[in-house]
Design a protein around this ligand. Sequence first.
Ligand code: HEC
Ligand code: HEC
Length: 321
Amino acid sequence: MFRFRNFNILIACLLMGNVAEAASLGIGTHASPEVILGWDIDIRPDGLGLPDGEGSVSSGEPLYESKCAGCHGLFGEGEGRWPVLAGGENTLDTMRPEKTVGSYWPYASTLWDYIYRAMPYTAPQSLTHEEVYSIAAYVLYLNDIVGDDFISNKKTFSQIKMPNVANFYVDDRPDVENVRCMKDCANPAEFQIVTTINGLTPTSHFKKDSGVASSHSGSNVSVVQKSDAIKVALSPMANAGKPVYIKSCQTCHNTGIAGAPKLGDLVEWSSRLSQGIRILHKHAINGYQGGSGVMPARGGNMSLTDDEVINAVAYMVELSR
Ligand code: HEC
Ligand code: HEC
């Protein structure tokens, strides 16, 4: 969303470039202010770009019902598999997050913009400004964000605070952290991608002390045997967890006695992992009795610290997916 501003500047530059080009090459036409106006329909989070006009929840209701409800449901609940527009509060951090205008969207301006630009699905940009103000007000009403007496216009619309706005923030990390290598660089011809951590990130080409992804830099990676065929590079955490596992966990988890998920059993572990790694940590630290048996707290070795147990879990997980 924050990139839109730059995007506009980019468009402006391109358009200016075109003017010069058009003159020297004799192709294209000038983008007149009217033409630019036709494209310039975006609405900023602070409401900049909202047109004049006005609408209300009550005038939005019949419009919504005739133009939108067929797909999005009378109450925004979504017909069939069409998108849900309302509800879903407090579900974002659950196993089944329901992202709707009310539960997820950070700015009301997006709603105006989206409806005006893209809806109804079969006839985009067919709505007048007044209709969009009305329908958007009604969608906000369906989400309990405004009352039934809400009048929406440039001013009131830009003052709406969406419930989830605080969970969005500008990510100010630099795009890349790498420093360009100018001398004594690694020879790309010698890079070999042997394997990956967690099956995703190639690591073996990281140069020692390069500062790149230090937590899984190549120098810390050791290779162990997962099965006869597959080699796995372990993260430092998992490496630290290996002796813990051998001492306190393998009795049960190597063979799977007493219903313990067996080390390396991909199917078993992927379903357990779907609970999220934090739950696995919690269960390993505090003990857990699920459907298949009893996992004693800290594997029965109460002298283990939380970190040691967590490292052992990392070891088990990395060898099991
Ligand atoms: C023919 C079915 C249909 C109709 C009618 C329709 N929509 Fe949609 N709507 C969709 C589809 C499909 C998407 C998802 C589009 C995509 O993701 O590219 C969508 C997406 C949306 C979204 C974004 C949902 C999200 O969370 O990403 C909003 C808001 C929305 N529609 C509002 C409306 C409004 C308001 C109307 C009436 C003016 C309307 N729609 C009419 C099918 C429809
Ligand atoms: C006495 C046998 C035993 C020992 C020792 C043991 N476990 Fe377990 N563990 C189990 C059993 C049984 C389960 C399955 C419980 C269930 O799902 O009903 C389990 C499950 C787990 C799970 C998955 C929990 C989940 O939510 O699905 C993790 C993670 C785990 N153990 C980690 C460890 C770690 C780390 C150690 C060593 C510090 C350890 N276990 C030692 C028996 C053991």
